[in-house]
Design a protein around this ligand. Sequence first.
Ligand SMILES: NC(=O)c1ccc[n+]([C@@H]2O[C@H](COP(=O)([O-])OP(=O)(O)OC[C@H]3O[C@@H](n4cnc5c(N)ncnc54)[C@H](OP(=O)(O)O)[C@@H]3O)[C@@H](O)[C@H]2O)c1
Length: 324
Amino acid sequence: MTIQNNNDTLVTVFGGSGFLGRHLVRALAKRHYRIRVAVRRPDLAGHLQPLGRVGQIHAVQANVRHPGSVEAATRDADVVVNLVGILFERGRQRFDTVHAFGAEQVALAAAVHGARMVHVSAIGADEHSPAAYARAKAQGEQAVLAATPRAAIFRPSILFGPEDNFFNKFAAMARILPALPLIGGGAMRFQPVFVGDVAEAIARAVDGRANDGTIYELGGPEVRTFKQLMEYVLAVTERHRLLVPLPFPIARLQAMVLQWLPTPLLTPDQVELLKSDNVVSAEAEREGRTLRALGVEPAAMETIVPSYLWRFRKTGQFKTGRFA
Ligand SMILES: NC(=O)c1ccc[n+]([C@@H]2O[C@H](COP(=O)([O-])OP(=O)(O)OC[C@H]3O[C@@H](n4cnc5c(N)ncnc54)[C@H](OP(=O)(O)O)[C@@H]3O)[C@@H](O)[C@H]2O)c1
């Protein structure tokens, strides 16, 4: 890759301290951008500093629910990226305040300061979805395009990578439980995508290589059912566990209890989300709104997932099993 000189370009990244954020900050730092990471707790964003040169990455305080802080974090920025998202609601962190109102505030601030806007949503964003998560994501997309019509929007399928919240979660459950649940029978389809590929796609949009006002759908090279993904987790972690089909109404009842854990294992809203496939649409493929259209060849999960799930094997890294 040619080294770019972006020393004079300031990129503000909202949500830059999260899972995807860390990979994006690294991709932007390699391209020599100046990076302002807007987070609720800048004191907890120290892990980002080693990703760039001294002084290249700067953390500021911002909460997308507070327009004044969003405006301040956006000042002088050339490009604004919004990665802020939540998986469950707590206190004032509601889907509509974070995914819809918050996304709108970021886009309005970008418009005021004449910055280019890149926004991250999710596959399944749909104003008619039974899941509040997906409805709020759709409202956020509409608000972003209304405020910044040239914005590039990215909808990833489920992300995988060393700190992911999917493979790690089920591998951890398989370590302690005798069985894994197949919610709704486990027939819904996913297209897991490597977090580094999504970060690269966003970085290309920051470079100005994405089409204006376009919603991209990002998926990996393989489509797998939930059941196949659970079988894969068990194979990689070398665990023998039952896979027990759990009808949606029973999963919903369980979720009504599990949602009150400090970090919920499952919420009723997530059960609603699991009723639909989470894959790149045929329209997005046809219209070239995909990773490959951006020049990113998606990595297969088989090449990456075993490199971090080994720690859930009984013998850790010391056994050279099928997936070592
Ligand atoms: N992970 C996936 O599989 C997946 C799939 C599809 C789409 N996405 C989308 O991709 C984006 C990034 O996901 P991720 O997995 O990286 O999530 P993550 O690790 O939970 O990171 C979310 C980020 O948002 C920040 N945040 C939350 N509430 C905020 C608020 N009110 N104001 C400012 N910042 C706030 C968090 O920082 P603090 O909480 O520390 O302030 C964190 O930096 C999200 O929009 C998500 O919906 C993710």
